[in-house]
Design a protein around this ligand. Structure first.
Ligand code: HEC
Length: 245
């Protein structure tokens, strides 16, 4: 009897311990359900992304990569032909391939790894966002070719501010003309706000600069002139009243 009374508390303690250690398990039942419902969509997105990385050919050097590297990196004092800081020059396919890109190998491509870590581009030029990083990564993985036959991603029948003008400015001009970078590298001209763009549209300089009209500055500064189609989108948008549409 004495033995028995001694054993009972032990059994209780064991049961209590067991119950406590298993409490999270019991509580996690609804969680497990949640996870299951989440797994499918998350996995699908991931799979889609990976496939995109390998087979997506929509990234095109002349359309996506060259303007991006020119406007963000080939800046005076950094990586234009004259400055060539640390030997990197981002002005043409030949110079871009000469240092910092290993076709098919992103981890050996310093141009990519520096942008990924946020070390480059240097402030005040904003770091590459996920869209820019993805373009660069996919272009390198796909073989870092000098694609020139890019399907022209431009349609002169579309010329609203949001759909036509902002994407062009974002890809070619924000590196120097974002609110954060304008004071140091963009001559204090802000083009990432509607008001800022409107002012330059109304004083005629936006179109003069884009057309490389004599007597104007040539924009994008240090980069290739925008395609005729893109400049037409600007002139149509301005002719229609330069609205915030
Ligand atoms: C590498 C940096 C850089 C890039 C990229 C750049 N700009 Fe500029 N931009 C400048 C600088 C610097 C000035 C000031 C020039 C001055 O005052 O002499 C300027 C001035 C301007 C001006 C004011 C008018 C003038 O000529 O002074 C406009 C408008 C302009 N840029 C439009 C653009 C557009 C549009 C793009 C993209 C298609 C662009 N810029 C890309 C550096 C840049």
């Amino acid at each position: 009897m004495k033995k028995f009374t001694f054993i009972i508390p032990i059994i209780f303690t064991v049961i209590l311990f067991y119950a406590c250690t298993h409490k999270p398990f019991l509580q996690s039942t609804p969680k497990t359900h949640d996870t299951t419902t989440h797994i499918t969509p998350v996995d699908t997105t991931h799979t889609t992304d990976t496939t995109k990385d390998i087979v997506d050919t929509s990234v095109c050097f002349q359309r996506d990569i060259l303007p991006m590297l020119q406007s963000n990196c080939a800046i005076s004092g950094c990586h234009n032909a004259a400055s060539a800081h640390k030997g990197y020059v981002y002005t043409s396919y030949a110079t871009i391939m000469a240092k910092g890109i290993v076709a098919g190998n992103i981890s050996a491509s310093a141009t990519y790894t520096y942008c990924l870590s946020g070390k480059m581009p240097k402030s005040p030029v904003p770091a590459f966002d996920s869209t820019k990083l993805s373009l660069l990564r996919r272009w390198i993985i796909n073989g870092a070719h000098d694609d020139t036959d890019c399907i022209v991603n431009c349609d002169t029948t579309k010329f609203t501010f949001a759909a036509a003008i902002v994407p062009i400015l974002s890809a070619n001009c924000y590196s120097c003309h974002a609110t954060s970078s304008a004071a140091s590298v963009g001559g204090n001209i802000i083009l990432d706000t509607y008001a800022g763009v409107l002012a330059q549209a109304q004083n005629g300089k936006l179109l003069g600069d884009l057309n490389h009209t004599q007597g104007y500055n040539y924009m994008p500064l240090g980069g290739a002139q925008l395609s005729e189609c893109k400049i037409t989108q600007f002139s149509k948008w301005i002719a229609a009243g330069a609205q915030n549409n």
